[in-house]
Design a protein around this ligand. Structure first.
Ligand code: NAD
Ligand code: LMR
Length: 335
């Protein structure tokens, strides 16, 4: 990053869609405080909302102003996607309808999928040449596929969908079961779709450097209740709170970006849904949850992990679901 004329770093432009929503309200203040790109990196926030939410967005911007965040150099509010993404190095695509109790995330495809083709095109038209994109709005894997497919000018490796909240949920469950602090749980991979078919991979995870299956002796729990609890945690939060996860989702956005822009600690990995290049037999082009390592710019899917028959069946189920979702939105995917 070039220094600006006053000797500080030049600001990075960060676009956030759905900025007046629940996740936005938790996310923006933490970005402005330095929790996304570090406490030395000035930020310009470019906030996109639909027209009816612009007044609420103005209120959010007033509150951001009232925090006097030293790193926040400017705030742009707009209902035009091209303007929101103009010059942005990070596009955080949060804006989309959340599910209500009793729905699956895939039920949102009808409502939300149409948002992502135009946003993909707008990103390709106006974003910075180093742009990277994280899709949060559900169903996030397939929404990301739609946006990415509508922006062929941008390398497929720049697109991510968020499975980090599932990773964090899995880590906490394992830590609580083992009676250890969550910080010692590592290598928690989420495979497949951010949906109830996802496979949270405890088998390859570690607790204080040891295989989780050596530390937690209740293998029945690891192979059953643990997986089901992570898969259904989003619905459990909706049932308890009356609306979907927001602060934990915002936290997972920050964790996702940090794990992309920071070299992954030796031997560890993080969960991101990235474009499949056929790793582990997953069809090419799907936006698939994998364990990923980053060198701060380039990333790679972790190779050589082993899956027993049950894990293979679960990953196949999630793959089939993503293939089916892709089929459902094929009219939104340019040939
Ligand atoms: P919300 O309803 O509180 O906020 C969504 C905001 O998006 C609203 O302000 C709305 O006006 C705006 N919006 C709608 N269409 C838009 C468009 N075309 N352009 C810009 N903005 C638009 O919802 P929320 O709780 O903030 O959740 C947002 C999305 O994130 C939902 O789809 C939810 O399911 C998803 N989510 C994903 C994860 C994950 O782990 N991937 C976690 C939590 C929530
Ligand atoms: C979550 O996992 O909490 C989000 O995807 C919201 C939801 O609909 O479950």
């Amino acid at each position: 990053m070039m220094p600006s004329t006053d000797g500080t770093k030049a600001p990075v432009q960060v676009a956030v869609t759905g900025a007046a929503g629940q996740i936005g309200y938790s996310l923006l203040f933490r970005i402005a405080a330095g929790d996304l790109l570090g406490d030395q990196q000035p930020i310009i926030l470019r906030l996109l909302e639909i027209e009816p939410a612009m007044k609420a967005l103005e209120g959010v911007a007033m509150e951001l102003d009232d925090c006097a965040f030293p790193l926040l150099h400017d705030i742009i509010l707009t209902s035009k996607a091209e303007k929101a993404f103009d010059g942005a190095s990070w596009c955080l695509l949060v804006g989309a309808v959340p599910r209500k109790q009793g729905m699956e995330r895939s039920d949102l495809l009808n409502v939300n999928a149409g948002i992502f083709g135009p946003q993909g095109k707008a990103i390709a038209a106006t974003a910075a040449t180093d742009v990277r994109i994280l899709v949060v709005g559900n169903p996030c894997n397939t929404n990301c596929l739609i946006a990415r497919s509508n922006a062929p000018e941008i390398a497929p490796e720049r697109w991510f969908a968020m499975t980090r909240l599932d990773e964090n949920r899995g880590k906490t469950l394992l830590a609580n079961k083992a009676g250890v602090p969550v910080g010692v749980v590592t290598n928690m991979g989420i495979w497949g779709n951010h949906s109830t078919t996802q496979y949270p991979d405890a088998r390859n995870s570690k607790i204080a450097g040891l295989p989780t299956f050596d530390v937690i002796k209740d293998h029945g729990w690891l192979k059953g209740k643990f997986i089901e609890t992570v898969q259904k945690r989003g619905a459990a939060v909706i049932e308890a709170r009356g609306s979907s996860s927001a602060a934990s989702a915002a936290n997972a956005v920050l964790d996702s970006v940090k794990s992309i822009v920071t070299p992954t600690p030796w031997g560890d990995w993080h969960s991101l849904a990235v474009v499949s290049k056929g790793e582990y037999g997953i069809p090419e082009g799907l936006q698939f949850g994998f364990p990923v390592r980053s060198d701060s710019w380039n990333w790679e899917v972790v190779q050589g992990l082993e899956h027993d028959g049950d894990a293979q069946d679960r990953i196949k189920k999630s793959t089939d679901e993503l293939v089916q979702e892709r089929e459902l939105v094929k009219a939104l995917l340019p040939a």
